[in-house]
Design a protein around this ligand. Sequence first.
Ligand code: SER
Length: 314
Amino acid sequence: MSETILVLGASGQIGNELTQRLRVLYGNNNVIASDIREGNNQMMSSGPFELIDATDKETILKVIKKYNVSQVYLLAAMLSATAEKFPQKAWDLNMNSLLAVLDLAKEKHIKQVYWPSSIAVFGPTTPKENTPQKTIMEPSTVYGISKLSGEFWCNYYHKKYGVDVRSLRYPGIISWKTKPGGGTTDYAVDIYFKAIEDGNYECFLSENTRLPMMYMNDAVEATIKIMQAKPKDVKIRSAYNLAAIDFTPKEIALEIKKHIPNFTITYKPDFRQEIADSWPSSINDNDAKQDWNWNPKFDLESMTEDIISNLKAE
Ligand code: SER
């Protein structure tokens, strides 16, 4: 498998860990990390890095030519909570970066594109439990509107121009190496850091808010799996539903208490509660399972064990 890969948004939560995994699989020098800001030491020292604004098509093209890039993973985006504060900026970043990369694929500068969608494409009128792949989609956030529009663009470029673009509707992604920024599901990351540092956490969602979630290791695995699948097995060219676990703040707090018995949690819902309430509580990902053998490895228990032991060892 010889590919040269450009990761846009490599300093972000998913970009960082995805880049490191891709470097292991494809060779350090074959994975070019890029972002508008430099990454951590490991990223900067383990392979090439370029400063790129993901909406700047000309610079992306220059880097593609410089390294002879064959695949682009576009991870740059503004997440749900920040996007509500800066709607125009979010729309410009989330849409213009996608259209730039899709155009570069249409113009045959690259062979394959990965772009993430999100559970935010669903809205308050969507069936909440076991949300199907095809269902009512009326997103009520700017982020969700940009992701749903992006899905339609991906499908359009695939059907009309034969662009090989692949996409997943990520649930909330939980990590400990890099923190997310500006998302509604971020509480499930912050809670681990606060539990270890302070022994307590004030949650910005209410105790029974159930959301679909996934450990970073599974998210990285799914991303690489769909990119490595045979083109004929990728039957959905908008974006696949993807699931692993779902839980409430109360349930994750109880799981943390098994490791840190004195841990306490309080609840002070803010504007992010309304965003969370508009999203599904669990997702049906049968299509991903059938089409390209998706199978998550981590549940709430094993994820919590892994995160806490890693954070304690830091
Ligand atoms: N985790 C994201 C957010 O909260 C959802 O895709 O914005």
